[in-house]
Write a protein that binds this ligand. Structure first.
Ligand code: SF4
Ligand code: SF4
Ligand code: SF4
Length: 302
């Protein structure tokens, strides 16, 4: 099946009404060279400097008003969610190499922390599939989410090669949830494992660190080129494959999406949008209803 761009996608589905929701002049994900966002604000995470304190995780939760999640390690309780969820937009994961494999080679096992969150891709697959422009790549480098536009189709969840967006499955008015790039984590880091700044400057700095300490780093700035580049960059002492970061060619861009979208018959796409539209109407009806109830609470019975 021919690859659909977003407008063709809408036309195929017969959801012309939804096109009124599209942001004017939005760039298509395919065709043009990927933008660099070199001077937009980026963040460099250096896993070799990270001490695993999780101050970033706490700062993220507090800044965004998210619920804590307790975990337990060797009988001690910590706030330690292992995976991203609707309440955890960033998590700190730990990679440990199998000790026997390392021992067989006569060395200590490799290990590393990994601060995982939205990569804020330069050419985000999530943006390219969103039929109503609820997700946007902005000039600041952030990939933002507008819950008022979202119709709950959840295409973004399947499109993201990093499996980042999460959904409030059990909520009455569900939303997509992910890092919103407020950088509370950077401000909270006590050891300089997180550095904010212009993307070009951070890429150069990352390469300098590798050059100065080749024994400390893998020679790879993850996010410099992956999928057209990202605003969240990762330096580590072990390979990205061990950290479960996907290998994505610089030219891939939305092609993680293409096989999915290309294999969908038009009627399924249309059905998704139709149901999404119904959902949005119902959601707005409920919001109006609760607003009316709220006003009545304050003003007495109508
Ligand atoms: S990591 Fe996923 S959710 Fe974040 S911008 Fe990239 S495609 Fe979108
Ligand atoms: S769930 Fe919302 S944000 Fe995600 S693709 Fe659908 S409309 Fe866009
Ligand atoms: S605050 Fe800094 S040192 Fe602590 S876990 Fe986060 S990135 Fe690592």
């Amino acid at each position: 099946m021919k690859k659909l761009n977003r407008r063709e996608f809408l036309a195929t589905s017969g959801a012309a009404a939804s096109s009124a929701l599209l942001p004017a002049g939005e760039a298509e994900a395919s065709g043009a060279a990927p933008p660099s966002y070199d001077y937009a604000e980026a963040v460099l995470y250096d896993a070799t400097r990270c001490i695993g304190c999780r101050s970033c995780q706490r700062a993220c939760r507090e800044y965004n008003g998210l619920a804590p999640e307790a975990g337990e390690l060797n009988g001690v309780r910590f706030e330690m969610p292992a995976q991203l969820s609707e309440e955890h937009w960033m998590v700190l994961q730990v990679y440990r190499e199998e000790p026997d494999a390392a021992a067989a080679e006569g060395r200590d096992p490799d290990w590393s922390y990994l601060k995982r969150n939205c990569m804020h891709c330069n050419v985000p697959a999530c943006v390219s599939v969103c039929p109503v422009g609820a997700l946007q790549k902005t000039d600041t480098g952030a990939v933002t989410y507008d819950e008022d536009r979202c119709i709950g189709c959840r295409y973004c969840l399947f499109a993201c090669p990093y499996r980042v967006p999460r959904y409030e499955w059990v909520d009455r008015t569900p939303r997509v949830r992910k890092c919103n790039w407020n950088r509370a984590c950077v401000r909270a880091c006590p050891v300089g494992a997180l550095t904010g700044g212009a993307r070009a400057k951070l890429v150069a700095e990352a390469h300098e660190r590798i050059e100065e300490r080749p024994d400390r780093y893998v020679d790879h700035v993850y996010g410099e080129h992956e999928g057209g580049g990202t605003s969240y960059l990762i330096l580590a002492g072990v390979g990205h494959d061990k950290l479960a970061l996907p290998s994505i060619s610089p030219s891939v861009r939305s092609s993680y999406v293409d096989p999915i979208m290309g294999s969908l018959p038009g009627w399924i796409v249309g059905m998704g949008l139709f149901l999404g539209g119904l959902y949005q109407i119902e959601r707005r009806r409920r919001e109006r209803e609760s607003m009316r109830n709220g006003e009545n609470d304050g003003e007495g019975p109508p």
